[in-house]
Design a protein around this ligand. Sequence first.
Ligand code: FMN
Ligand code: SF4
Ligand code: SF4
Length: 279
Amino acid sequence: MKIELRYFTGTGNSLKILDTCKEIFVQNNHETTISEINFNETNLNKSDILGFCFPVYAFGIPRICRKYLKSIQKFNIRQKVFVLITAGDSDESGFSISECVKILQKKNCDIVYSGVIQMPINWTTSPIPPFPPSREEAIEIIKVGVEQAKRITHEILNGIKKYHVFNYPKRFTKIHFYKDYWLFKYMGLQNLWRTFKVYDTCNGCQLCSKICPTKSIRIEDGKPVWTSTCEQCMRCVNFCPKESIFQSMGGETKGKNKYHEPDFKPKQTTTGHNTQYSQ
Ligand SMILES: Cc1cc2nc3c(=O)[nH]c(=O)nc-3n(C[C@H](O)[C@H](O)[C@H](O)COP(=O)(O)O)c2cc1C
Ligand code: SF4
Ligand code: SF4
């Protein structure tokens, strides 16, 4: 079979999961391609299976993923698709799967599998716990997540259909859940870039700007400046070698664990704000 896989990731969890799927597909002699979502590639070729993996942000998918899924061209022939979401807590994936499914069904996709995989929390600037785990704890969580991804891939190959069922997170009342979902979706996530700041320890190395997946950090007078295309993916925060990045309004990061998937090495590009991702 020909299998195409697409992901978006801030700190490597979603890539790790989809890479694990790829490994199993390849071991079973299926021609498999994996790449990051790309707005220059919205006319996806027909494949036997198309798979997506995204993180959940505030009970939904990142804006960039929603925008990307909406931008792909409708398939002429019905396309088999699976959707996986990585979550800091498998109980808290909210509407992330249903958001993907709704958009993909309009693109003539047949959703053959959907699932949520728990991976380490990467939201270091969250004003409230839980915060990223220690390295040792993270490794244990990843091990379980990877095993789940392997099992899911075998199920997909064996034609087993499973669908994630929406649930209200146990930690939240229904009102609290909807309040947070709407607040973050329509006010929070697109405005939080304004709150990014650096401690005095920032040495102007520019790494944050070079690795940002949406090219949302400009360097001005040797210091990073965040712009509105930021997705809150936490890559800059968790990779800054001086642990200098924080957010005002409760997003302190001093003394907190930092997290990225240990094998994840983000590509470095030139600095500068790139309008490809403008909303
Ligand atoms: C801004 C933000 C919001 C998040 N919201 C949720 C959430 O609502 N539920 C959840 O389970 N995890 C949440 N997380 C945790 C991530 O979904 C989780 O760590 C994910 O695996 C990160 O994937 P990545 O490494 O591919 O970026 C959030 C993370 C960030 C940065
Ligand atoms: S990566 Fe950290 S130290 Fe380097 S410029 Fe960015 S904030 Fe400053
Ligand atoms: S600025 Fe930081 S948090 Fe925002 S998208 Fe870029 S790397 Fe992610």
